[in-house]
Design a protein around this ligand. Structure first.
Ligand SMILES: [Zn+2]
Length: 1048
């Protein structure tokens, strides 16, 4: 936004108003800057010192200064006016000299004009009886409206300034307010941007009989606009517009045609006969459009974001995809139609009157393009975004990506988990969050799923029964919708039906008779016979000898479904489509390798070739399902390498599944489906053929289990920590932090051994439960795990250098470097454990385990030594004490972490002491949007982080406005109250008894009082800390409900 040439007189507060940064007026005043001119040489640093901390705001201010500084003199049209917006009124006309153009004083005079304003245009007329204006200014181009001098005001567009004078001060102020209202908050057009806010159907020069020069004429929606020339059109300053609802178009001669209205006949002459035809057609279309019903459109556009196309931002979009809940322009609607009604149901806002029920209109008003795009267009790369001028090809690509493939959508946290999605849908349709329903549906929830409720078996009936007509409306338009998915079919075709590369190999192999059962025992040597084998033309053949020309048997590449490798015996197994298993052996490892490679090459399709480069134990194809498409299974290609399953599913992109990191691995449905649950997705591998499937199951299960006694061979969490360590630490944190002598006391030996054995067997399946497991048993299982760990936590290679650094941290930079050399699993585990010990010692008042005591226990355990001297202990003591330094701690944020916890954690890490009257808060800051928002203290941080683009970050800072918001309260209030918190929409929790203490700056809530109340009142605070709610949260949150039951 620029100030234009009126700037020298402008006050700073007016100017800031125009920039919509009026909140800084005070800062400017404090800095002694009263007029705009005084601000001209401001620097970014100065602005920052003035308290303008948001970079976007500084940029906006500086941009405005630069623009204005560069401005010279500007053309100025001057009109005197008579004005009215709602009431009609007349003002006086005067000749006058303007103070405006100081550099170029010109005698200007005013003419008496009738002026009208609607939302889009300011028009002025010879008199109030005229239908067609003398001039029309598109408000979208108005950058600035200000009062100037006596009774006057300026309307500034990018290169013109119109000055009006009213008859009274009151009227002048009315005009300024009304004009500012209608220009504020709009996207301004500038001269840089060719085109007008219209979406023209047809445009060009036309001769108007009786005028010497041609007029630039634009047919747009239901109006025809006349401009002096194309430049004026681009600047949004025209002569008049003709409403086509009263128009009629008729050919008159070869190039001429009349546009007849009840008020005037416009006789046009086109440049050619052909052009005349096009003009006539365009104008007749405009008449048709004008006569169509615009009531629905007007209502839909009442939601501001609906007045721009959801796909390309063209203004006044008149179409909608009623199932996708987006309002789109005519050109985008054409591309939507191309997707077919199973993906986008396109309807006109103006012509399809019947479809627009009250509920559907309400859905569109409730959602609106902006909110809906927060789902559909959450991740649009700027390079792919559309603009109103994008060509059809770009539109088609974008709209296909957006809705058919769902490429830009914001993935629902439950994405890929069909059952949970369906469940969430059933719950959500009972409340009013329609956007969530949209998100669920288009992330895979099945609108036709069963609710498992006899009275409301369908989601639709469930929504209706819970009086959610808008939810029901949305669902009803999506009962047959095809869900977004990436291109499956073409991709698959490429993988499976391409010709395999030509491979040829031959030599002798030892072969057994083919089998119909898995091999359970080792085959003895005499079961093998020596055969001449060849791989050629996509067929594997075996012959009696190399002299024979007729093979004993052959396997076509397309029949081979799996190849399993056993390197120890130099054997490999081939599984066929017809459920036969062939076992081959070779004499030496080299030829074994060569054969495996050659055979794999024959049956692995070209698209998944990278699998061949892997040192696989097993490779082949399997039927599977995942993600959204659980109805149809697809063929995937898999290679098992150690504990990693490499897979190529549908899009020719390889992925890795770390089997030791799976959340769950099970065989279901009568041994027919192998279920692999990872975070965010579940893969179902189907037993299409029993024989190779059982081989895969056994191999995958073995690979997913603990592979040995070193750290990295354990089943791991996603953060590379052994599941056993993770479970034990989690359990102790939950149940044992306050247990006296934790980690020092020993558990019951037999129980410890049993627990450890269960962990070794399958750590994932062990669930530690309070009551069922004793904290000391668990703590000792963890210690024993580390003590018996192969290589040790510090690895036998590095342990000595760790010990030699003991007592010197952080005086040397040694430890962090050693840390880097540790294998990543060891490092992650060390960090998790030390973090845990760091927490344990924080409770040393209760558990008696301070850093030193913990170090005595853990030194010898982790270094696997006898602990005769304290060197090992000393090393551990260092680690715990300098935990944040050594691990260069950046926060790992668990899914459950709330904004308040994050703030506390950060302050604690930074050793910032929170003073009285400091209100620290976690803020979401978006640079681009120039926005910052304090998080509610219970808001989960992780989902917010996930939703961030690159322009956003979290910030812990003081909430400066808090003090002002504080109320003075009697500091002596305390007592039991019933407390309930509404955490979710899913229902209300119960009230619980909590002890509250209110002082002047916080309301503290305690879960339980561990000492007698008298102790408490004497100030001996031995209350179990639960959750301090500083009062700010009360202002931020409207959801905390406190019911005073017994408080005084
Ligand atoms: Zn569009």
């Amino acid at each position: 936004m620029t100030m234009s040439h009126s700037e020298p007189r402008a006050t700073v507060s007016d100017w800031l108003c125009v920039l919509r940064l009026e909140q800084y007026s005070e800062a400017f005043r404090t800095a002694g800057l009263a007029t705009f001119r005084q601000c001209r040489n401001l620097t970014p640093d100065q602005l920052e010192r003035m308290g303008i901390t948001l970079p976007g705001h500084r940029r906006r201010i500086l941009a405005s200064l630069t623009k204005t500084n560069g401005n010279g003199n500007t053309e100025s049209d001057t009109y005197c006016h008579s004005a009215e917006s709602e009431r009609d009124q007349r003002l006086e006309e005067t000749g006058h000299d303007m103070a405006l153009q100081r550099e170029r004083p010109v005698a200007l005079y005013y003419q008496r004009r009738w002026v009208k304003l609607d939302v889009d245009y300011l028009r002025y007329f010879d008199n109030e009886k005229e239908v067609y204006s003398k001039g029309i200014i598109s408000t979208a181009f108005v950058t600035h409206v200000t009062s100037v001098g006596e009774l006057k005001f300026e309307v500034v567009t990018n290169n013109r300034t119109f000055i009006f004078r009213a008859e009274s001060e009151v009227e002048r102020n009315d005009w300024v307010t009304v004009l500012q209202d209608c220009t504020r908050g709009r996207h301004h057009r500038s001269t840089m941007n060719p085109g007008s806010p219209l979406s023209p159907e047809f445009q060009g020069y036309l001769e108007l009989r009786g005028l010497r020069s041609k007029l630039y004429t634009v047919v747009a929606s239901e109006k025809v606009f006349l401009y002096k020339n194309i430049e004026d059109y681009r600047l949004g300053v025209g002569i008049t517009s003709i409403d086509m609802n009263v128009g009629n178009v008729k050919d008159t001669d070869r190039r001429g045609f009349d546009l007849t209205t009840p008020y005037r006949i416009f006789s046009f002459i086109a440049e050619s006969e052909q052009l005349r035809e096009q003009w006539v057609e365009a104008m007749r279309n405009a008449i048709g459009e004008a006569l169509s019903n615009s009531e629905v459109a007007e209502r839909i556009w009442a939601e501001p974001s609906n007045s721009l196309c959801a796909d390309c931002e063209a203004p006044q979009p008149e179409w909608a995809a009623i199932n996708l809940c987006v309002v789109v322009c005519k050109r985008c609607a054409g591309e939507h139609r191309g997707l077919g009604p199973s993906i986008s149901k396109v309807r006109s806002l103006k012509m399809d009157r019947k479809i627009w029920t009250e509920e559907l209109i309400q859905v569109f008003l409730l959602l609106g393009n902006e909110r809906v795009n927060s789902f559909w267009a959450a991740n649009v790369p700027p390079s792919e975004a559309l603009s109103p001028t994008s060509c059809s090809e770009e539109r088609r690509r974008f709209i296909t990506n957006k809705y058919r493939q769902g490429k830009y959508r914001k993935y629902h946290p439950l994405y890929g988990n069909q059952r949970e999605l369906n469940n969430a849908l059933c719950i959500n349709v009972q409340c009013s969050d329609v956007l969530e329903t949209l998100s669920l549906i288009f992330c895979g929830a099945d609108v036709n799923c069963s609710t498992d409720m006899a009275s409301w078996p369908s989601v639709l009936s469930l929504a209706s029964a819970h009086s959610q007509p808008l939810q029901a409306e949305l669902i009803s338009h999506n009962l047959n919708t095809e869900l977004p998915r990436s291109e499956v079919n073409e991709g698959m075709a490429a993988i499976h039906y391409s010709t395999p590369p030509c491979v040829s190999h031959n030599g002798f192999l030892y072969k057994t008779a083919s089998m119909a059962r898995p091999i359970t025992e080792r085959k003895s040597k005499d079961e093998f016979s020596r055969r001449w084998c060849t791989v050629n033309d996509g067929t594997f053949s075996y012959y009696e000898s190399d002299k024979n020309s007729n093979p004993n048997g052959a396997l076509k590449a397309s029949d081979i479904v799996c190849l399993a490798v056993d390197v120890y015996d130099n054997t490999f197994e081939l599984y066929s489509e017809s459920e036969r298993l062939y076992l081959f052996g070779t004499d030496d490892p080299d030829s074994h390798k060569e054969w495996v490679k050659s055979i794999a090459k024959t049956f692995i399709p070209a698209g998944v070739e990278p699998l061949l480069k892997l040192p696989f134990d097993r490779i082949g194809r399997l039927k599977c399902k995942d993600g959204l498409n659980l109805q149809t299974s697809k063929v995937g290609w898999f290679a098992l390498v150690g504990s990693t399953l490499h897979a190529y599913l549908e899009d020719n992109k390889g992925e890795e599944i770390h089997l030791r990191k799976l959340n769950e691995l099970s065989i279901q449905q009568d041994n027919e489906v192998l279920v692999l649950v990872e975070r965010g997705r579940t893969l179902y591998i189907e037993g299409e053929r029993k024989l190779d499937f059982s081989g895969w199951c056994a191999a995958i299960q073995a690979a997913a289990g603990s592979g040995g006694d070193t750290l990295s061979q354990q089943q791991l969490t996603e953060t590379d920590i052994p599941v056993i360590v993770h479970s034990c630490i989690g359990y102790i944190t939950q149940c044992g932090l306050t247990s006296e002598g934790i980690y020092r006391k020993s558990g019951v030996n037999s129980r410890v051994a049993q627990l450890l054995e269960r962990f070794r067997c399958d750590a994932r399946s062990v669930r530690l439960r309070e009551g069922e497991h004793q904290v000391d048993d668990v703590s000792n299982a963890l210690k024993r795990f580390f003590r018996e760990l192969g290589e040790g936590l510090f690895t036998s290679k590095d342990a000595s250098s760790w010990l030699s650094a003991a007592g010197k941290i952080p005086k040397t930079a040694f430890v962090p470097r050693s840390c880097v050399t540790l294998p990543c699993v060891n490092k992650a585990t060390l960090q998790a454990l030390i973090n845990h010990l760091y927490c344990v010692q924080r409770f040393s008042e209760l558990n008696q385990m301070n850093v030193h005591n913990l170090a005595i226990v853990f030194g010898p355990t982790l270094f696997q030594c006898d602990g005769k001297d304290f060197t090992a202990g000393c090393a551990i003591e260092d680690l715990v004490q300098h935990y944040t330094f050594i691990f260069e701690v950046r926060l790992t944020i668990p899914g459950s972490m709330t904004a308040a916890e994050l703030a506390c954690e950060v302050l604690d890490r930074r050793k910032i002491r929170v003073k009285d009257k400091d209100y620290w808060n976690c803020w979401e800051v978006s640079d681009k949007e120039e926005m910052e928002r304090p998080l509610h203290y219970q808001e989960r941080v992780l989902p917010i982080l996930h939703s961030f683009g690159t322009d956003s970050h979290l910030l812990i800072k003081k909430h400066l406005a808090m003090e002002a918001m504080m109320v003075k309260v009697d500091p002596s209030k305390h007592g039991m109250m019933k407390f309930r918190e509404e955490r979710s929409i899913l229902g209300l929790g119960n009230f619980h008894d909590r002890y509250f203490i209110l002082n002047s700056n916080s309301l503290r809530m305690y879960k339980e009082v561990r000492v007698r109340l008298t102790d408490l009142l004497c100030g001996r605070k031995k209350i179990k800390f639960s959750c301090p709610i500083t009062l700010q949260y009360f202002f931020v949150s409207l959801r905390v409900t406190v019911q005073n039951v017994t408080g005084k």
